[in-house]
Design a protein. Structure first.
Length: 134
């Protein structure tokens, strides 16, 4: 564990700290939490446990983003209708009138996207998804 260093000379040095063995070094990406706030309108014949299934689908999608991959609102919106992990369509979703994603102090809504830097990766943040019945 290196906690500091002292160099009495007059030259400047850059020190890079990475994981791995040179020349195959890498740095862990900075994780960016993506908060999801939304309302889903369900049919009265919706499958049992649908809200929990939707939350799991959203979490799976957010966990699947790669380092530096842009977050698209429509990718997350699709998870309200189709299970991201299995590709199975959910039965009983009528509409999603409200859905916002918050990351890096920015909020995006329908049709928007959020750029993630090349050294960052999205991860699930707080999920606040509520349901109403149509």
């Amino acid at each position: 564990l290196v906690t500091g260093s002292v160099y009495p000379g007059g030259l400047e040095f850059d020190i890079y700290i990475a994981m791995g063995t040179y020349p195959n070094c890498w740095v862990c990406p900075e994780l960016q939490a993506v908060g999801v706030t939304g309302t889903v309108i369900l049919e009265d014949t919706a499958e049992a446990g649908l809200l929990d299934s939707i939350k799991a689908s959203v979490q799976a999608r957010l966990n699947a983003y790669k380092v530096g991959e842009t977050i698209h609102h429509n990718h997350v919106l699709r998870c309200f209708f189709v299970d991201y992990a299995t590709g199975r369509a959910f039965q009983g979703v009528h509409d999603v009138p409200i859905l916002t994603l918050t990351c890096k102090e920015m909020t995006i809504s329908f049709g928007e996207s959020l750029a993630i830097d090349n050294d960052e990766r999205a991860e699930p943040g707080e999920l606040d998804i509520t349901e109403t019945v149509h």
